[in-house]
Design a protein around this ligand. Structure first.
Ligand code: PBG
Length: 329
């Protein structure tokens, strides 16, 4: 059969923007995007994070406007990370009722009461050693002692008005401990967004600038090995059994196989987090003129959705939502 005699022509469905739009299997919606935000106790006005172009450390004063901007663009939720003025071994700032994260959550709950507010539930921003938990005498991260700290954080952040708690510390049993603490405090409607499969990734580096992390070493004794997929499913199943409301895979772009596997496994919504270093690669290449920034962002986020994530955390959330609202993508 010569080319002109072909009856089956896949290109028919690609011939025009309208036809491509009709048959698109995956669409980005602003409602599916989560905007991470940073609030710093030390600032009185916003400050740029050089390794995260476009991302700001907010002050308590500037934070509400950033959340309102995300809401007005149609973004689905905001996720808050706090940067305390003082860090110590136990991460005391994390459980201070007047600590930066608690105050930030209260500010968001007042500013965007109709929007889900995800509070990061981890100690790494608050500890002087930079680990996600407290340390035992031998210097290892003490799982059980850390769970006690997470339980305290859970009730505090739930009472402050967080809709969902983002358990990002990768301690064993953290979802169960947080669920138990919330229920014990009568916070039955506060949900858990479980960082179920969180890998020990080199692509978190710019984030550590954003939270002024003092980590020396790495997190490989609690975050997952990038070489492994099977244990990701084990983590997902455990978090579901412990009561996770949403499970997340992180990072996203290099881990789309894990996103797809988690989506096949889970009977709750699956989220994926396009992390700081993944964004930085696109930003740096675009700044050099090597990539079309907007096309690369839209493609990257569409691919994460196509792999099976219903929810995508991305530093580009508000900007992409504004593009989508204008209807030009
Ligand atoms: C830990 C946390 C990290 C990120 C989100 N939560 C850093 C880490 O685990 O080292 C990274 C996010 C990003 O890189 O965008 N609370």
């Amino acid at each position: 059969m010569t080319t002109s005699q072909q009856r089956i022509r896949p290109r028919r469905l690609r011939q025009s923007p309208g036809m491509r739009r009709l048959v698109a299997e995956t669409r980005l919606n602003a409602a599916d995007l989560v905007q991470p935000l940073f609030v710093s106790e030390s600032l009185s006005s916003p400050r740029a994070v050089p390794s995260m172009p476009g991302v700001l450390q907010h002050s308590l004063e500037s934070l509400p406007a950033a959340a309102r901007k995300a809401r007005d663009a149609g973004v689905g939720a905001v996720m808050l990370f706090g940067i305390p003025a003082v860090k110590d071994a136990a991460g005391a700032g994390a459980t201070d009722p007047d600590g930066i994260l608690t105050r930030g959550v209260r500010g968001l709950a007042a500013a965007v009461p109709d929007m889900p507010i995800i509070a990061d539930l981890c100690l790494d921003e608050f500890t002087d050693h930079g680990h996600c938990g407290v340390l035992a005498a031998d210097g290892t991260v003490d799982n059980e002692a850390t769970l006690q700290r997470y339980r305290q954080m859970a009730t505090l952040l739930g009472e402050a008005g967080a809709t969902l708690l983002g358990t990002s510390g990768m301690m064993d049993g953290q979802v169960g401990a947080v669920r138990d603490a919330l229920d014990g405090a009568g916070l039955h409607t506060t949900g858990i967004l479980a960082y179920a499969a969180k890998y020990a990734s080199a692509f978190y580096r710019p984030f550590r600038d954003a939270v002024e992390s003092s980590l020396v070493g790495d997190r490989r004794s609690y975050q997952q090995d990038p070489a492994n997929a099977i244990e990701a499913l084990r983590e997902v199943r455990l978090d579901l059994a412990e009561g996770a409301d949403i499970v997340m895979v992180k990072p996203a772009l290099g881990y789309l196989d894990i996103v797809a596997a988690a989506a096949a496994e889970a009977d709750v919504p699956v989220a994926a987090y396009v992390v700081s270093g993944e964004s930085a690669m696109v930003e740096a290449a675009a700044a050099a003129g090597w990539l079309d920034r907007r096309a690369a962002i839209m493609e990257a986020l569409t691919c994460v959705r196509r792999a099976g994530a219903g929810i995508v955390c991305t530093y580009w959330a508000t900007e992409v939502a504004q593009w989508l609202a204008r209807g030009d993508d």
